[in-house]
Design a binder for this molecule. Structure first.
Ligand code: FES
Length: 171
């Protein structure tokens, strides 16, 4: 049976809202899931998300336009976006940025040659009281320090190595 795309989209959104929770803070992760799976965020998707999270669709449209990266797709397998807005800036954003560049050997706006990571800036992620904040794809990290940067990247590297190992095992 062919399920109409809108029905499938609605079911997916309900699943993601259940997964991330029915709070406003789930908006970004849900939008990213929609973007990842459907390559775009349609007006219909915004309406369904608005209903489920009880947020006005106009507000959602504003967030989608603001975070234009949601439409661009990921550059690296994991795209790291560090908040550049004022609260995070005052809480040590620059040290975190330098550590990210050192760990990955790239500058902001670039991807690692193996395609695993890319680095970019983000505008306020809504975690201003817990800065510096960053996103790795849909995962949010708060109160990030240079030491934590090392651990975060090591964890994602490990995650990728395990996935690769499983793929090799399965073939
Ligand atoms: S200023 Fe960084 S999360 Fe708001």
């Amino acid at each position: 049976m062919i399920v109409p795309v809108q029905e499938r989209l609605k079911t997916d959104i309900e699943h993601w809202v259940d997964h991330f929770g029915r709070e406003r803070s789930s908006l970004l992760p849900v939008l990213q899931e929609v973007q990842k799976k459907y390559s775009r965020i349609s007006a219909y998707a915004m309406q369904v998300i608005a209903d489920r999270l009880d947020i006005h669709p106009v507000e959602i449209h504003g967030v989608v336009s603001f975070y234009h990266f949601l439409k661009e797709g990921h550059k690296g397998r994991f795209e790291i976006r560090l908040c550049k807005t004022i609260s995070c800036d005052m809480m040590g954003r620059d040290q975190v940025a330098r550590q990210l560049e050192n760990e990955l050997g790239i500058h902001f706006g670039e991807s690692t040659p193996d395609g695993r990571f890319s680095l970019a800036w983000a505008n306020c992620l809504g975690m201003c009281d817990q800065g510096p904040a960053l996103l790795v794809n849909e995962y949010v990290f708060t109160k990030v320090t240079p030491d934590k940067v090392h651990d975060i990247i090591a964890d994602f590297r490990k995650m990728m190595d395990v996935n690769l190992f499983q793929q090799v095992e399965e073939h």
